[in-house]
Design a binder for this molecule. Structure first.
Ligand SMILES: *Cc1c(COP(=O)(O)O)cnc(C)c1O
Length: 382
């Protein structure tokens, strides 16, 4: 089976992890700060906080922004459940903003409408979490403008978008957001096996997330409530978690990060090739934006005739092509239905869901495999 996504591991990656295994520190050594530093260089963000998953990063980002019981957090329904769950961990109420059908990203027009209605009903959100679906940035400038106007904070869920650009700057600058989150799960652009990173230009947010990722414990005497008892002493200031990234993971991520550009370039070439191969088929292709460059985590096609989706999907799998669907609208998950959401709430997202198929997209995908994928798709749609 050709998978829909796959990690890219080189001998250099293996050597980097091996070196950590032979060193003094498997965790809490020098590799984590080195990887954080590297992500700051790649994105120009001032601070980076490495954690054990993007889910943890989203949770800490919500907490750093003061999300708690009674808070309102809005996100996109076309995302992985973690984009919404992070707010639920904090006891907040979640709501969803419908998408634009071309990119699958949160619609700025729908967001504005929903904000205007919320202002009239006195229920504006504290935080909005746009998701850069498939690696293509949301219109962050406009979302940021709305944030200024309506007074909400912004977390970019850029789990798909490390290495992407927006208005000629890397995703992760946090120019138009408070915090940006990356995922390093193996199917994502670069990997640490499990892992995530929160980037910010705000020192208070960074310090809060650092404290919370390790039990809320500090060894910094300046933060303590009484004089240190000695060199062993630490204080727990907050109820935090064990969300730390290990040095083995950070070494892998650091090694991978040196290939970020070439990995994204390769994905871009694969996307262009798909555009060429699939141009004549009865389906819509994801936009090839030359200015806001996608990282091409996913290649999501939309079938013109949604009644064929089931058969096309099954036929592709039968042919050994590991297609997938990204995503089942979050609000239709039983957990969210129990909270009062239902089918029909977000019609554009639901229509999108019924048409989409994610084609295989990973750096080692060959020309022959792509041709085979395109030919199979053409056959099934004929
Ligand atoms: C993968 C993903 C996450 C969660 O990432 P983990 O590192 O697996 O926790 C969150 N949001 C989106 C959009 C994702 O695709």
């Amino acid at each position: 089976m050709i998978p829909y996504g796959r990690q890219n591991i080189t001998q250099a990656d293996i050597d980097a992890v091996t070196e950590v295994l032979q060193s003094d520190f498997l965790t809490q050594g020098p590799a984590v700060p080195a990887f954080e530093q590297r992500l700051c260089e790649l994105t120009t963000a001032k601070y980076a906080v490495a954690v054990n998953s993007a889910t943890s990063a989203l949770h800490l980002a919500c907490l750093a922004l003061g999300v708690g019981p009674g808070s309102r957090v809005w996100t996109s329904p076309i995302s992985f459940v973690a984009s919404a769950n992070c707010a639920r961990y904090c006891g907040a109420d979640v709501d969803f903003v419908d998408i634009e059908p071309e990119s699958g990203n949160m619609s700025v027009a729908k967001l504005r409408q929903k904000l205007e209605a919320a202002r009239d009903n006195n229920c504006l959100p504290q935080v909005v979490i746009p998701v850069h679906l498939a690696g293509s940035s949301c219109d962050m400038k406009q979302i940021h403008d709305l944030g200024q106007q309506f007074g909400f904070s912004i977390i970019e869920d850029a789990s798909h978008a490390v290495g992407a650009s927006y208005q000629n700057e890397p995703v992760g600058t946090c120019r138009y957001s408070d915090i940006t989150v990356f995922s390093f799960h193996p199917v994502k652009i670069i990997t640490t096996a499990e892992g995530g990173m929160a980037l910010t230009n705000n020192l208070q947010f960074a310090e809060k997330m650092r404290l919370l990722r390790s039990h809320g414990i500090t060894r910094d005497a300046d933060l303590m409530t009484e004089p240190s008892h000695g060199a062993w002493y630490y204080q727990q200031l907050l109820l935090g978690f064990n969300y730390r990234m290990t040095d083995m993971q950070a070494a892998l991520g650091l090694s991978q990060s040196h290939r970020l550009q070439s990995i994204v370039q390769k994905r871009q070439l694969l996307a262009e090739k798909y555009h060429h191969l699939l141009a004549e088929l009865p389906l819509q292709l994801p936009p090839l934006d030359k200015i806001n460059k996608s990282a091409w985590h996913l290649f999501i096609i939309r079938l013109n005739d949604k009644t064929t989706r089931h058969a096309v999907f099954a036929g592709m799998r039968e042919a050994g092509i590991g297609v997938n669907v990204h995503y089942i609208p979050i609000h239709t998950q039983p957990y969210y239905q129990q909270l009062g959401f239902d089918w029909g709430d977000l019609p554009v997202a639901e229509d999108f869901y019924e048409r989409i198929i994610s084609l295989p997209m990973f750096p080692e995908l060959t020309n022959e495999q792509q041709k085979f994928i395109a030919d199979t798709l053409a056959r099934l749609l004929a």
